[in-house]
Design a binder for this molecule. Structure first.
Ligand code: ADP
Length: 160
């Protein structure tokens, strides 16, 4: 049984994240999407909101579950008995960041293996931070996020 985790902020989930979920769900027997709750970070959506969106988006995949983690990811993975971690990579900038992160995970727990999954080309410009910026200016994000996320962004940035 191959279990893997896909951790991230998912603030909010984008079509790029979903592409990774869909492809990873085909490779692993079980995929746990881990919504990170880091008290040092400022999020637009609460952990519950992010997890709820992810759950609804992943509802079609029988082998995908979603959970929130507010502790160190390596400790969390040990408790869940998961040794494989999936991270998405859009380009060289992502790669150098992700590579360093994977070294930190290795230092904390040598049993953890990080697997990098390259983005599918149509998603490589998608980034939660830019999407939030566009939505804040009432721009059209419907090609970048699923409808339920576009709706949630619309509500967050409602004017008047
Ligand atoms: P974090 O704050 O942990 O970087 P993100 O929500 O930004 O969380 O991203 C979670 C993971 O998804 C990261 O590995 C990131 O590189 C990956 N990711 C984000 N957007 C895309 C995309 N468009 N295509 C592929 N992977 C992506």
């Amino acid at each position: 049984m191959m279990k893997a985790a896909f951790p991230g902020s998912f603030d909010p989930p984008t079509l790029g994240h979903l592409n990774i979920v869909q492809r990873a769900a085909r490779i692993f027997d079980q995929l746990l999407v881990v919504v990170a709750e880091n008290k040092q970070k400022k999020y637009l959506f609460s952990a519950d909101e992010r997890a709820d969106m992810m759950r609804r988006l992943a509802a079609d995949y029988d082998n995908v579950t979603v959970t929130v983690c507010d502790s160190l990811i390596v400790d969390f993975l040990r408790k869940e008995d998961i040794k494989l971690l999936v991270r998405g990579v859009r380009g060289m900038d992502d790669f150098s960041y992700e590579f360093e992160l994977s070294m930190v995970y290795k230092a904390l727990d040598p049993d953890i293996e990080t697997l990098f999954m390259t983005t599918d080309p149509e998603y490589f410009v998608l980034r939660s931070s830019s999407i939030k910026e566009i939505a804040a200016f009432q721009g059209n994000v419907s090609e970048m996020v699923p409808p339920l996320v576009a709706e949630a962004l619309g509500k967050k940035y409602q004017t008047g």
